[in-house]
Design a protein around this ligand. Structure first.
Ligand code: CDP
Ligand code: CDP
Length: 222
């Protein structure tokens, strides 16, 4: 029997990570935050002074990245970098290197290795289109750019960091535009993905919607 996969793709700060982790926990499935792998590669490049256009060196780094996902934290070479990789400068770097085909190829098998029983919930940009094209359920999770900027703003304020709403909105729109314009694995809704607009939804409502869709697929035996 093939291991079920729920693939959640969508733009920055739409709630993919939050919703995917909660759905995984409710189903007892594994969870893969694929964006973390791109962020880790960008962080590694920064620490190792690799230029963000050195495709060969970046692909090598992506392939051999000493990463661990443990205790809900992300570790790079034995160091907890969970907070560090969330910085927008790393998100921007991730978006730049994510446009390089050799980097995406290097991360492909690493991502597929997370497909383990009893199931996987994963989020990113190309989980349903490229990494798990046979996913059981594909979702395009989105929200208005203003709502997404507001969510990021609140996340930063809650962490005690300073934040500028307009700057966050500009950064989100710039990153989405780059992710949507690239020729390889662009950010877009696939024809076989269900659209979930969470602009007016709470996290719980979004989680229940995903679980409801998944249960109806399981019941109908698809
Ligand atoms: O992974 P992604 O960048 O798409 O988003 P995230 O890091 O999960 O951040 C989304 C933030 O918006 C979190 O603080 C959530 O609590 C909040 N939020 C949400 O995810 N979904 C809603 N329907 C409402 C709020
Ligand atoms: O949390 P947020 O949605 O802001 O970003 P993320 O999911 O952590 O991804 C960071 C960057 O990595 C994105 O802007 C994409 O350029 C890239 N990425 C990708 O190309 N493909 C994926 N499957 C996941 C992330």
């Amino acid at each position: 029997m093939t291991v079920p996969v729920i693939a959640i793709d969508g733009p920055s700060a739409s709630g993919k990570g939050t919703v995917a982790a909660l759905v995984a926990s409710r189903l007892g499935f594994h969870y893969l935050d694929s964006g973390a792998l791109y962020r880790l590669t960008a962080l590694y490049a920064r620490l190792d002074e690799i230029e963000l256009d050195d495709e060969e060196a970046l692909a090598e780094a992506a392939l051999t990245l000493p990463v661990e996902f443990r205790d809900s934290q992300v570790w790079l070479a034995g160091e907890d970098v969970s907070e560090e990789i969330r910085a927008e400068v790393i998100g921007m770097g991730a978006s730049k290197i994510a446009a390089l085909p050799a980097v995406r190829a290097a991360l492909l098998e690493r991502q597929r290795a997370f497909r383990q029983a009893p199931g996987l919930v994963t989020d990113g940009r190309d989980m349903g289109s490229v990494v798990f094209p046979d996913a059981t359920l594909k979702i395009f999770l989105t929200a208005s750019a203003e709502e997404r900027a507001d969510r990021r703003y609140k996340q930063l304020i809650n962490k005690g960091e300073s934040a500028n709403l307009q700057q966050i909105l500009d950064d989100i729109e710039a990153r989405d535009a780059r992710d949507a314009a690239r020729p390889v694995a662009p950010l877009r809704q696939e024809p076989d993905a269900k659209r979930l607009d969470t602009t007016e939804l709470t996290v719980d409502q979004a989680v229940e919607t995903v679980l409801g869709w998944y249960q109806s697929l399981v019941v109908s035996g698809k």
